[in-house]
Design a protein around this ligand. Structure first.
Ligand code: BGC
Length: 249
């Protein structure tokens, strides 16, 4: 099935048409900056622009960068506080004149792509898909099944702030950290998660995953760590797979 997948991130909104059988992108990836204020109205306008760009009328799967329960936003993450309580599918459907949207957390959907078709395919047991971007996202899977809305980026770091402020890729950029110093922070985070969860595998996604080969040597955690097969497109692909399944129900 062909589905439009959209990944709403803290800094960019990215989309492509996806073949949900194999995860192949059937179009160019289109990216528009996330509006600075990131309020519901401003983001909905970009979604409309995106749907128009692809001339899309079919179902749309959409990654959202915070907790989503039944298409409703439960936290504001790194977006505007106005998002709390918003029924994201309804907002976008109204803006796009009836196009149907299926919304879920971004890391959960990146995980759906990786577990079904990527680095976690066929792996049994507990897997964390960790996305490193503006925030830290985490998708938890057990025997291929998603356990939604696990928010590992929001655990506290010793300095009293949440750990994503310390180890997300945005921290590397903000503090202009050498890759090695930043990777050691990621390693601290992964070791902490290991202590709590002992997963069988970590899969690392997000834009910085394209530099995985350059920073993996600094990861000491003794759990296998693999790079996301679909890199930063995992969210778009997972969103499309999610929408294809939901729209058939
Ligand atoms: C949010 C998560 C999200 C992650 C990556 C965090 O700030 O709490 O829900 O998955 O950022 O976007």
């Amino acid at each position: 099935m062909k589905v439009l997948g959209i990944d709403i991130g803290g800094s960019g909104i990215k989309a492509a048409i996806v073949n949900t059988k194999n995860g192949e992108l059937l179009s160019e990836r289109h990216r528009i900056d996330t509006p600075k204020t990131a309020e519901p109205k401003a983001v909905a306008k970009i979604i409309k622009e995106m749907v128009k760009h692809f001339g899309w009328k079919g179902p749309v799967g959409c990654c959202f960068p915070t907790i989503i329960v039944n298409n409703q936003c439960m936290h504001y993450g790194n977006l505007s506080k106005e998002w709390v309580g918003v029924k994201v599918d309804k907002l976008f459907k109204k803006e796009c004149k009836g196009v149907k949207f299926y919304i879920s957390n971004d890391a959960d959907l990146a995980g759906v792509a990786e577990i079904n078709l990527g680095a976690g395919k066929g792996v049994k047991g507990k897997i964390f898909v960790i996305t490193l971007g503006t925030g830290i996202g985490s998708g938890l899977f057990y025997d291929g099944k998603l356990i939604p809305n696990v928010e590992l980026g929001r655990i506290y770091h010793t300095d009293g702030d949440i750990i994503e402020k310390f180890a997300a890729d945005s921290a590397r950029k903000r503090e202009d950290l050498p890759l090695k110093d930043w990777a050691k922070r990621v390693d601290l985070f992964l070791n902490h998660v290991k202590t709590i969860h002992t997963p069988k595998l970590f899969i690392i996604g997000g834009g910085i995953s394209k530099k995985f080969d350059k920073f993996k040597e600094y990861l000491t955690v003794d759990i296998p760590v693999e790079v996301a097969k679909f890199g930063n497109n995992a969210g778009i692909i997972g969103a499309a797979i999610y929408a294809s399944k939901k729209s058939k129900k």
